[in-house]
Write a protein that binds this ligand. Structure first.
Ligand SMILES: C[S@@+](CC[C@H](N)C(=O)[O-])C[C@H]1O[C@@H](n2cnc3c(N)ncnc32)[C@H](O)[C@@H]1O
Length: 321
């Protein structure tokens, strides 16, 4: 249950897998907790209750609009809390370089409900709005530039790689043809072009026909996968031995990166099996607490269908705490 000052309004983000995160991160009084994706502060609000009034919370988010949520959060807690605005891989790297250590780090990836449900942010295919999709509105690249300026090959690659879109080539071709008449300005124009580019039966299967292209553009605009790849080692550098790192991902591209990183860093010697002695010297730096990802319960899905694709993985940093 959230403290009164933090009761959510109907449009706020609902924290996903909240009890599972809390249990697996096992925050103790006096700990330093880093919430690398603060959003509306739903997870932070729960984690600080485990700090029992002692310890620190460092919040990070690249979206300046979370400041309002952070200010509200701060009035509800007696623990030291500060918000660092920026891309999490960079901020985590800077904290680690300055010898700031953490006992628990959470990255709840992707976009928040506030970002998705504000049509003017341009994330949603469900509302006609300016094409934008930047989590940080001051970033140079928006979906508008990408859709109007990337060539057909680049668009095809983006839709295929980040959206796993079967009709990537056809959609990219249709976009290039349509923008030669007039540039794309709005999400609605893009949705119409996508619908017309794919075969009629495909418009009715497997969710909204623009779902995968919108996901792909969002990932490309915010460089989400590169940020995740860089954030994982930075987070581990910041963790104290015995500290825990939790990741919530929402699509297979993200989960694959987390899974591979956790596996590689949990392994010892990587020498070929026929080597008589170890020459690599590789030591495991992580121990996985979740061999299989934790998924939302049917009860959670009933109250929050947006949690449907969520997967939680948690690892602990090796060494004595
Ligand atoms: C799914 S929401 C987090 C919601 C939060 N856990 C809660 O309970 O309210 C993801 C948040 O992370 C931020 N974000 C995503 N990628 C980021 C990155 N690379 N660096 C910093 N913030 C990022 C987004 O702006 C968004 O506010």
């Amino acid at each position: 249950m959230l403290p009164n000052a933090l009761q959510r309004s109907a449009s706020d983000h609902i924290p996903v897998l909240a009890e599972e995160v809390r249990e697996l991160l096992a925050v103790q009084p006096g700990d330093t907790v880093v919430d690398g994706t603060f959003g509306a502060g739903g997870h932070s609000s729960l984690l600080v209750t485990d700090l029992g009034g002692e310890g620190k919370l460092i919040a990070i988010d690249r979206d300046p609009s979370v400041r309002t949520y952070f200010d509200r959060f701060k009035t509800s807690t007696s623990v030291q809390a500060r918000l660092l605005r920026g891309e999490f891989s960079i901020v985590l790297g800077q904290l680690a370089a300055n010898d700031v250590q953490a006992d628990a780090i959470l990255l709840d990836l992707g976009v928040s409900s506030m970002q998705l449900d504000r049509p003017e942010r341009g994330f949603s295919y469900a509302a006609d709005a300016p094409l934008d999709m930047r989590m940080d509105g001051s970033a140079e690249l928006s979906a508008r530039e990408l859709v109007n300026e990337a060539d057909e090959r680049e668009l095809t690659l983006i839709f295929r790689r980040f959206g796993e879109e079967r009709y990537a080539k056809q959609i990219a071709r249709a976009i290039v043809r349509r923008r030669a008449e007039r540039p794309f300005e709005r999400t609605g124009d893009l949705v119409e072009t996508i619908k017309h580019a794919i075969p009629t039966p495909a418009r009715f299967g497997d969710g909204h026909p623009a779902k995968r292209v919108f996901q792909a553009l969002r990932i490309a605009v915010n460089d989400e996968l590169a940020a995740l790849e860089a954030a994982l080692p930075a987070a581990v550098r910041m963790l104290r031995p015995g500290g825990r790192l939790a990741l919530i991902s929402f699509h297979s591209l993200e989960d694959r990166i987390v899974k591979r990183y956790f596996r590689e860093e949990s392994r010892g010697c990587t020498c070929p099996p026929d080597f008589p002695i170890c020459v690599c010297g590789h030591e495991p730096i992580l121990r996985e607490l979740t061999r299989k990802p934790v998924r939302p319960s049917p009860r959670e899905l009933e109250s929050n269908p947006r949690a449907a694709s969520a997967k939680l993985r948690v690892a602990v940093k090796e060494g004595c705490s």
